[in-house]
Design a protein around this ligand. Structure first.
Ligand code: NI
Length: 173
């Protein structure tokens, strides 16, 4: 297993629409392990493959509390098949947008189908923080970031801030 570099905005690769996975082989399982290790190291509760530059429809999630044993979920080709009409608001963050948080409203519950590591079809019904996390990660597979749910004014302000920081890094010292 290895810790991979996490892409941050304004990296254009984060807008990529990821491709479905065709075969689950050792290489893919190793990639999932790397994603989990990278997420735990960050630390975060969810990571999509595109965040380490791999445009495949893969998500890892672990929303277990700090003092609880780890409970990783590996989602291959996840698809939302139902969302509740009821909405809830959570303060979201993203490993690709470090140190920025904002309240985002999403459906409170959702149902998701996916393939597990053995290629078996699975379905989960998620609510609470897991529902928010699953929707946030599946957004990544479609090139959507949580700041895309903000008003254009707010989103532009965040992107500008990160673009400026990027430029500062590029100036030779
Ligand atoms: Ni994210």
């Amino acid at each position: 297993m290895a810790i991979r570099e996490i892409l941050t905005i304004p990296d254009a690769r984060l807008s990529t629409i990821s491709e479905p996975v065709e075969t689950i082989d050792d290489e893919l399982l190793a990639l999932l392990d790397d994603m989990l290790e990278t997420m735990y190291d960050a630390p975060g509760i969810g990571l999509a493959a595109i965040q380490i530059g791999v445009p495949k429809r893969l998500v890892v999630i672990d929303t277990a509390k700090d003092d609880a044993p780890p409970r990783p979920h590996f989602l291959i080709n996840p698809q939302i098949t139902w969302t509740s009409e009821e909405m809830s608001t959570y303060e979201e963050g993203c490993l690709s947008i470090p140190d920025y948080f904002a309240e985002i409203e999403r459906p409170s519950a959702c149902r998701v189908t996916y393939l597990d590591r053995d290629g078996n079809e699975q379905e989960i019904e998620a609510d609470g923080v897991l529902a928010t996390c699953v929707q946030h990660e599946i957004d990544h597979l479609n090139g959507v970031l949580f700041i895309d749910h903000l008003s254009k004014l707010k989103r532009d302000r965040v992107i500008k801030k990160f673009a400026k920081a990027e430029k500062r890094k590029a100036v030779p010292a």
